[in-house]
Ligand binder design. Structure first.
Ligand code: ZN
Length: 70
């Protein structure tokens, strides 16, 4: 888990929610299916699974999605 809320935009401080067009999809995990998403406003990385989404650090994202261009 990422630990700081300081650099998040107001929307990401609340969580992973609409408007979803604030996110760009960086990578897809075929087995999930799960997606690595990045907020266009603050750069926060989100791991979106089937039922929930969690904010993750860049190092976590790199481990899960080694091909993603962070
Ligand atoms: Zn954000």
């Amino acid at each position: 888990m990422a630990n700081s809320l300081e650099h998040l935009c107001e929307a990401c401080k609340v969580g992973y929610h609409a408007p979803f067009d604030r996110f760009e999809k960086l990578a897809v995990e075929e087995k999930g299916p799960a997606f690595l998403m990045r907020c266009k406003y603050c750069g926060a990385l989100w791991y979106e699974g089937l039922h929930s989404a969690d904010r993750i650090s860049a190092s976590e994202a790199h481990r899960i999605f080694p091909k993603a261009d962070l």
